[in-house]
Write a protein that binds this ligand. Sequence first.
Ligand SMILES: [Zn+2]
Length: 284
Amino acid sequence: MSGAKTGIIGGSGLYNMEGFEAGESVLVETPFGTPSDRFSCGTIGGREVVFLPRHGAGHTLLPGEIPYRANIFAMKKLGVERIISVSSVGSLKENIHPRDMVIPDQFIDRTRGRADTFFGDGMVAHISFSDPVCPELSRIAAASAGSCGATVHKGGTYVCIEGPAFSTRAESNLYRSWNAEVIGMTNYQEARLAREAEICYTTIACVTDYDCWNESEASVNVEMLIDNLKANTAMARKIIQQVVPGIGEERDCLCAGALQSAVLTEREDVPEATLKKLEPIIGG
Ligand SMILES: [Zn+2]
């Protein structure tokens, strides 16, 4: 068994699954603060995994309050090389139905002022983000979702809004005119920071309903929504059980070298405190 772990970020109900051999739960402090919650460590199919409930165990954090930097930095400290994110989204397309699964390959950021880089404090780095998710991990996630019986849409654009309110109808139609597929509130920062930390990242976007552009579905009732959420969580659990053992030991993608030509500041010009703070990320 390799030392590399897979991190899973999702709802707190996600890791109550068969096949997850729970070990200890750990609290990890970071220079960017305390993560959303403790990490539940354990194994799936003999492979090491760590779970993190994105909104905290009691779902106490708004999307804009989630400590994204602490979450990803802590994953890096724990030895995570790949992150599978699970989140709920609204559909912006007729043919993407509630309970479908989308594996987005692009993002549009519509959040406001969220901290989304580890750099600064005297160290400048520009990572390449034209392809914001790991192609290899996304391929495995899509294949696993398909073999679990989910309706999978491989690829698509995820619009990340600030929330916590949903979008207006005019905004929803604007995003549709941009040809985006789904709308959510959390995945953009995770993907950015994972890339800066040279961690492979993919996201399983579970469709709960149509966004408000679809006026014929506007009277969607709460019961239906909760049923969809439950069904999506059950499906996401199945997919995770498939994905984790299907991940190869070695990484063949470019994610592991994301910082190789990204840092512009000469090492001798970076303040000592910044080098020390970012050691887990820039150490190699
Ligand atoms: Zn990768």
